[in-house]
Structure formats: structure tokens, C-alpha cells
Design a protein around this ligand. Structure first.
Ligand code: NAD
Length: 506
């Protein structure tokens, strides 16, 4: 580990378990064991607040993917998992949730060092939120049910449907919520009785490597959850198109998601795609502007803006536009930029040098196209990948900073005059992940909810998330849902069962 990272750790402190884990050699997890990648290749892991190397992870190749998919199929073909009662499956998931809770601080510290995010919210939302989702989905393990059907076919029949686990799931997750997104991907298929090959993002695999130790302690049978780390470009196509995979569940960018969809389509494998976003916040003249401004701390700048549903374009009614800009600026300027482990941290570094460069390019491009900087926007000197919270204003909905996902702490604020215009501006975008409406007029809110083309619409809030509420986008934000009862169906297939009933003697 680089001395600059050691200095960060010494300064803020981490648990002994986190320190010991960071010193280990990180391997793949296949068929219930940590194993080296066949190629023995490694990928460096960069700590974002220093830009230095934290450790390395194993770079899985196609052979390793084959081993992982085979192990998952074996787990479904017979043995402990295939034969397990749903009650016992539920218990394992509940035990896992308890173990996450008991190790939340360690998991959070590992995540913060790996991704850069602020530790407090990371423990609260990413880690403990993940435990809650496991508990929520655990309940469904014992409630999977088919139906009996009255049929009119000639003869006499008992007809019923049964729900069966779909098979082996390839789950692929991004780097912005490494642990939490992984829980979004594994909780429902585990409850359904599937087996999984999980591919974390190459930038952020550490928390899931630690989690695999918890799976062993919870008694998850071997082969049920396999972890292949390394480059998505190297193994993604192979995993997604693998004949041993029965379902693909992907969260990431729209660009990669499109490719994943194509590969899965060619293999005739069902796929769900949770993709990018550019979520609007519509602020009407009667909105509580203090509430709007306060929400941007989470809805815009949280996780350094690396949130798929971030409210990264705000449309404010012209009569309150200046006031809204001023209040949001106060929030942005009050946010403390620091390494994620620093208890004072509101906004940590972004994940990588290339992410930082990409965000800065967008800001420059926005200004060149006519956007005006209200605050931030200039480069942050020193180590690490810090980007200042940045507010732009603009009048033109076609600007790249309004239309494209920047995935950083950057918001653009535009004025509107009429309700219909606000809806049109909000819908004038390739994405449809989420949106929020800010008004005290309940009729206006109810009128607009059906007209907004987004998978989630909040009123007088933004970015509320709950295990019970399905999350997923419309348009180029993908299809399918994570969380809620709706997600379970993606991992079950329906079998129709007919039993002919012979005529009796009488
Ligand atoms: P990304 O698309 O670059 O990578 C996502 C995952 O795909 C990574 O694990 C990567 O290794 C893998 N991958 C890369 N090439 C692949 C291929 N050819 N086949 C299969 N997998 C491949 O995304 P990212 O930069 O890690 O994450 C940021 C994106 O994720 C943003 O666009 C964000 O909006 C989106 N996101 C969406 C949601 C949601 O719920 N809709 C949630 C979080 C993040």
C-alpha cells in the first residue's frame, strides 16, 4: 500500500478487520473457495483521495468465467442449495443480513477507500441498506406460489402453474454503489433459489470480496454465489452470452447496457437493464425553495454526483429562478470536500482520474456552448480526484450538459414559464430514470405524475429509495425493475402443469 494511503488510514483509523483485509491477496471466489485467476493477471485498485495504488485484484479471464458458471450450474443441479427448503434459504439470507450489520463499519471503510465515498452515509445507506434489502427479499423465499386453474379442455384435468428458479444469473454491477448495487442484484435471485455469477466493476470489487467471507459464515452452500473480478471488457461478452447463463441482470451505463442487451438477445437470454439517467427536478413557483435547496445536498451532490438518479437538471419557474439558484449555491458552497474516511466529508473524490477528466471536460464544453458558471467549475489542485460542487445555469435545453449524463457533482438550472413547458423540457431527454416535482399544489402534482416519462416520480422529495419500491427506468434508462415484489418475477419462470384425471367407476 502506498505511504500516502497509509497516512490517510492512520489519520482517520479503520477497524483491525479492514486493515487485515486490505493486506490480503485478493482472489476470485468460485465454487466456495478463493482462487487465483487462471492467467494470474492482476488489476490495480486506485484509492481516489490520493490517486495511489491501494492493492490489486485478480483479473478473471474466460476460463475463470467458465468455471464460475459451471459451479453455479452444479449448485442448481443437486446438493445443498438445490434441495434446500425455502424456510432454510430464508434463514441463510437473514443470517447474512445480520452479518452485514455486525460488519457494517468494516465494509463501509473498505468501500470508502475503494470508491472514495463519505463513510457515514456509506455505512448507513450502502451497507445497512443492503442488509435491509436482503431481509426484505428473504421474506419472499417462503412465499413463492403458483396458481390452480379451471381449464375447459376436453376431458378432466388438474391444471396448475409452478414458479421455479430461472437458473444461473449473470449479475453485473457498476462502481458508484459497489456493495449496495450488488445487493440489489443478488437478494432477489437468492430468495428465488437461483445461483449467481457476480461481476463487480473493476474499480471497486473489494467490499464484495469481503462479503464472500460473510457468505461462508452464513452457510451459503458452495457454488451459489461466485465472484469474478476484473475487466468487464475482457469477460463481459463471454459471461453475458454464456450458454450456462439463464438470466442477465445488469446495472451500468446505457452504452454498455446496449451491448449487453444485444449479446443477451443473440443468446435468447432474458435480460434486465438498469442504465443511466439525467433526472429532472421541476420547481414550481409555489415550491418550498428551502426544501428544494436542502434536498440538493442528496439529490445532486451526494456521492459526488455519481448517482444514476441524481437530479442533475433543475427547471425552476422564472419567478423563483434567481432565488432557487442562490439557495442551491449556498448548499453547494457549504459542502466539505475531503477523503471519504474524514468524518467531516460531505463530498469525497470521484472514483478515478478518467471520471474526473470526463466531468471537467463536460463543464468546459457546457461553458463553450453557452452555460454560465454560478459556483465551482474550476480545477481542484492537489492529490486525488476531487471535483468541486458545480452549478451552471442555461436557457437552452439542447446543451450537452443538459442532455447527457455527466456523473459528477454538476447541476444545470434552467428557467421555465408554463407548466406544459416544464413537462416538455423534462421529457425532452433520451433518459427516463426518475424525476421530481416540487409544488404545494396537490392537483398539479397529481396532474403531472402521469405525464412525466420516468420510472420513478417523487413529489416534494428526490431520491427516496426503499426495498419495497421497484426501481428502474423508462426509455434509454433501461427496462425491468430492481427491488419490490416486481423484481422477484425476473428470477422465476412459470411452468404449466397438467394432470389428466381418469373417469371414476360411477
Ligand atoms: P459501465 O457500464 O462502464 O460498467 C458497468 C459494469 O459493466 C462494470 O462491472 C463493467 O466492468 C461491466 N462491463 C463493461 N463492459 C462490459 C461488457 N462488454 N459486457 C458486460 N459487462 C461489461 O458503468 P459504470 O461506469 O461502472 O457505472 C456508471 C453507470 O451506471 C452510470 O451510467 C449510471 O447511471 C449507471 N447506474 C444505473 C443505475 C440504475 O439503477 N439505473 C444504478 C447505478 C448506476
Amino acid at each position: 500500500m502506498h505511504p500516502k494511503i497509509e497516512a490517510v488510514i492512520d489519520r482517520y483509523g479503520v477497524t483491525d478487520a479492514a486493515r487485515a483485509f486490505l493486506g490480503e491477496e485478493h482472489k476470485l471466489y468460485i465454487d466456495g473457495a478463493f482462487v487465483e485467476a487462471a492467467s494470474k493477471d492482476r488489476v490495480p485498485v486506485i484509492e481516489p483521495s490520493t490517486g495511489e495504488t491501494l492493492t490489486t485484484i485478480a483479473a478473471a479471464g474466460k476460463d475463470d468465467v467458465d468455471c464460475a458458471v459451471a459451479a453455479a450450474n452444479r449448485a442448481l443441479a443437486g446438493g445443498d442449495w438445490a434441495g434446500m427448503k425455502s424456510r432454510d434459504r430464508q434463514r441463510i439470507l437473514l443470517r447474512l443480513a445480520d452479518l452485514i450489520e455486525a460488519n457494517a463499519q468494516t465494509l463501509g471503510e473498505i468501500e470508502s477507500l475503494d470508491n472514495g465515498k463519505a463513510l457515514g452515509p456509506c455505512v448507513e445507506m450502502d451497507i445497512l441498506g443492503g442488509a435491509e434489502l436482503l431481509r426484505y427479499m428473504a421474506g419472499f423465499a417462503t412465499k413463492i406460489e403458483g396458481a390452480t386453474r379451471e381449464v375447459s379442455a376436453p376431458g378432466s384435468h388438474f391444471a396448475a402453474t409452478r414458479k421455479e428458479p430461472i437458473g444461473v444469473v449473470a449479475a453485473i454491477v457498476p462502481w458508484n454503489w459497489p456493495f449496495n448495487m450488488a445487493m440489489w442484484k443478488i437478494a432477489a435471485p437468492l430468495a428465488a433459489g437461483c445461483a449467481i455469477v457476480l461481476k463487480p466493476a473493476e474499480q471497486t470489487s473489494l467490499s464484495m470480496l469481503y462479503f464472500m467471507k460473510l457468505c461462508e459464515r452464513a452457510g451459503l452452500p458452495k457454488g451459489v454465489l461466485n465472484l469474478v473480478t476484473g475487466s468487464g471488457r475482457a469477460i463481459g461478452d463471454h459471461l453475458v452470452g454464456h450458454p450456462g447463463v439463464s438470466k442477465v441482470s445488469f446495472t451500468g451505463s446505457t452504452e454498455v447496457g446496449r451491448r449487453v442487451g444485444e449479446t443477451a438477445g443473440r443468446a435468447l437470454t432474458p435480460v434486465t437493464l438498469e442504465l443511466g439517467g439525467k433526472s429532472p427536478m421541476l420547481v414550481f413557483a409555489d415550491a418550498d425553495l428551502d426544501a428544494v435547496a436542502a434536498s440538493t445536498r442528496w439529490s445532486v451532490f451526494f456521492n459526488a454526483g455519481q448517482v444514476c438518479s441524481a437530479g442533475s437538471r433543475i427547471y425552476a419557474h422564472r419567478s423563483v429562478f434567481e432565488k432557487a439558484v442562490t439557495k442551491i449555491k449556498q448548499v453547494a458552497e457549504g459542502m466539505v470536500m475531503a477523503p471519504g474516511l474524514d468524518p467531516a466529508c460531505d463530498i469525497g473524490p470521484v472514483v478515478s482520474a478518467s471520471a474526473k477528466a470526463n466531468i471537467e471536460t463536460y463543464i468546459r464544453k457546457g461553458v463553450a456552448e453557452g452555460a454560465r458558471i454560478v459556483c465551482g467549475g474550476d480545477e481542484t489542485p492537489g492529490d486525488g480526484f476531487f471535483v468541486k460542487p458545480t452549478i451552471l445555469t442555461a436557457d437552452d435545453n439542447t446543451l450537452s450538459v443538459v442532455q447527457e449524463e455527466i456523473f459528477g457533482p454538476v447541476v444545470v438550472i434552467l428557467p421555465f414559464d408554463e407548466e406544459a413547458e416544464a413537462v416538455a423540457l423534462a421529457n425532452d431527454n433520451q433518459y427516463g430514470l426518475a424525476a421530481s416535482i416540487w409544488t404545494r399544489d396537490i392537483s398539479r402534482a397529481l396532474r403531472l405524475v402521469p405525464r412525466i416519462k420516468a420510472g420513478t416520480v417523487w413529489v416534494n422529495a428526490h431520491d427516496l429509495i426503499d426495498s419495497a419500491m421497484p426501481f428502474g427506468g423508462f426509455k434509454n434508462s433501461g427496462f425491468g425493475k430492481d427491488m419490490g415484489p416486481e423484481q422477484l418475477d425476473h428470477f422465476l419462470r412459470t411452468k404449466s402443469v397438467w394432470i389428466s384425471v381418469a373417469e371414476g367407476d360411477e
